[in-house]
Write a protein that binds this ligand. Structure first.
Ligand SMILES: Nc1nc2c(ncn2[C@@H]2O[C@H](COP(=O)(O)OP(=O)(O)OP(=O)(O)O)[C@@H](O)[C@H]2O)c(=O)[nH]1
Ligand SMILES: [Mg+2]
Length: 213
């Protein structure tokens, strides 16, 4: 009975916006696909901007993640600020087999994040992808950890291909977002709007928040 309703009718506690950024070919779309659909296959470069929605439970909270994916090779001018606006979490991806994708995170992507993100407490996670390509690795784990520490990011190495640490990446990020009151509050504001549309969902209200009247 309960599962008769579609995704639209599934209730959640918080709604978070997550961005994937990094150079072309590092595996942003593959990571997203691997997380969303549990399947891995070769995909084409992204054109423009795409997003996917995933519901998951972490730390006892039901979350709706809207994950935005964009083409690494495209600089999309005026759209860029709306891509970053309101993001709760940002996944900065590099390819452990291509050093330039790692250095570009510092030279280009990190600066862009600073310039455009509107939530200053927004959580970032640095992700070294393609660890399955063992013999081809050129960026070691220590370098990744050091960069993450310098930029106050979480850090993980993963493989979209074998799915190693893929779930972990989204879980760690979500847990950390939940720890920040201002982000939680913004995430529940979005839920409020949603519940007005889906008013039958919430039989119980969560008290104690600043948003309850
Ligand atoms: N071996 C291996 N290959 C991967 C992995 N992740 C992605 N790839 C491959 O790397 C290529 C690029 O992956 P995409 O996911 O399209 O990369 P992207 O970052 O979305 O690229 P743009 O959309 O152009 O920005 C594809 O051929 C993938 O199959 C991984 O973890 N291991
Ligand atoms: Mg892509």
């Amino acid at each position: 009975m309960g599962s008769a309703s579609g995704v639209e009718n599934i209730s959640y506690d918080y709604s978070f916006k997550i961005l994937l950024i990094g150079d072309s070919g590092v595996g942003k779309s593959s990571l997203l696909l691997s997380f969303i659909s549990n399947s891995v296959h070769d995909i084409s470069p992204t054109i423009g901007v795409d997003f996917k929605v995933k519901l998951l439970t972490v730390g006892g909270k039901r979350l709706k993640l809207t994950i935005w994916d964009t083409a690494g090779q495209e600089r999309f001018g005026t759209v860029i600020s709306s891509y970053y606006r309101g993001a709760h979490g940002i996944i900065l991806v590099y390819d452990v087999t291509r050093r330039e994708t790692f250095t570009n995170l510092v030279n280009m992507w990190a600066k862009e994040v600073e310039l455009y993100s509107t939530n200053h407490e927004c959580i970032k996670i640095l992700v070294g992808n393609k660890v399955d390509k063992d013999g081809e690795r050129v960026v070691n784990k220590e370098e990744g950890m050091a960069l993450a520490q310098e930029h106050k990011c979480l850090f993980l190495e993963c493989s979209a291909k074998t799915r190693e640490n893929v779930q972990q990446c989204f879980n760690d990020l979500s847990l950390k977002i939940l720890e920040v009151p201002s982000l939680r509050e913004k995430g529940s504001g979005m839920v409020k709007k949603h519940t007005m549309r889906q008013k039958h969902i919430y039989g119980t209200t969560q008290n104690g928040g600043c948003c309850s009247q």
